[in-house]
Design a protein around this ligand. Structure first.
Ligand code: FES
Length: 144
């Protein structure tokens, strides 16, 4: 286990209490790109109050890392998997871009492709906010 992940877990445990079993929440500083946690197929629930305004935080939904950013009473839920070949992108705060380490693809803050091999934006995850909780749902499966 790397140092970054240990620090994230410690931070998450301090900040997030009372989450349902099987849900693991990581509070991830920008630029680290660290993410991990147990996997599960169910909708992820977490308290909206546990998401600091404007800060990037990661959760794992059906085994995939999803970045959450609170914006007032709403949330942005975005896949961190590059749409080219699925590498994990990292937010570069200085450049204000998501950067893919595999083939140098970049995305803007809205997840739209800026340069490189990707041809479509980062996926947005469906979510709802109910009774003070954010429920992030797995991406719908694509028909073949
Ligand atoms: Fe991201 Fe190729 S996997 S640019």
């Amino acid at each position: 286990m790397d140092r970054c992940l240990k620090l994230e877990r410690r931070t998450a445990l301090r900040r997030i209490a009372g989450l349902a079993a099987g849900v693991f929440f990581l509070d991830v500083p920008a630029l680290t790109g660290c993410s991990s946690g147990p996997t599960g197929d169910a909708t992820v629930r977490l308290p909206l109050a546990g998401l600091p305004e404007g800060r990037r935080s990661n959760v794992v939904v059906s085994g995939l890392t999803v970045e959450l950013v609170r914006d007032g009473s709403s949330v942005r839920a975005r896949s961190l998997l590059c749409t080219h070949q699925g590498c994990t992108v990292r937010w570069d705060d200085a450049a204000q871009l998501y950067k893919c380490p595999c083939h140098k693809g970049t995305y803007d803050a809205s997840g739209n492709v800026v340069s490189g091999a990707p041809t479509r934006p980062l996926d947005a995850y469906p979510f709802v906010i109910e009774n003070g909780e954010v429920l992030v749902r797995p991406l719908p499966t694509k028909a073949s």
